[in-house]
Design a protein around this ligand. Sequence first.
Ligand code: GRF
Length: 208
Amino acid sequence: MLKVAVMVSGGGTNLQAILDAVADGKITNTKIVRVISNSTKAYALERAKKAGIPSVCITRKQYPDPEEFDRALLALLQESDADLVVLAGCLVVIPQCVVDAFPNRIINIHPALIPSFCGTGYYGLKVHEQALARGVKVTGATVHFVDGGTDTGPILLQKAVEVQPGDTPEILQRRVMEQAEWILLPQAINLIANGRVQVNDGRAIILQ
Ligand code: GRF
């Protein structure tokens, strides 16, 4: 049984997609053991509560010393006994000590086709604003393993989504969530939970 801790910051629609997929059997061999938020206002915490999943909020503001926050987050994840950490709409930069403690065991959903529109400063609506400003005809979402960089780890899954005439950043964000993010993240967890993913030399491989 894969024990999963999900880190959130906002509305939690990606968390909800995971919870729904576990409930309807699209994700097997998995237990969501903890939801960790960096915002007390995150609606994702409500979603966790409704699903009966223990949740905790940890913010950098609580720790004057940034390294204390890093250690506290690591302790929370280790105490949750998670095998996999899933960043689901999570805006926290994952400390190196956490990346080191969970090698190839942290995945993130990014709302673009990495290496496009990613890296520092590319999150939330900003990603879609940049995609529209560049005039791309196709965007999408990426699930990747988290390494020491920002959106730089091995790519596991990607799904393309068409940009349509008249799209606003909000409309495009919603389409990317519905048609890509909410499909890819549960799919990635299920693959990992069922032993179908290997990471070799910086490449994520899906075993048949
Ligand atoms: C959205 O911008 C989504 O594209 C990205 O995180 C943000 C919020 O997601 N992955 P969620 O609703 O909190 O899962």
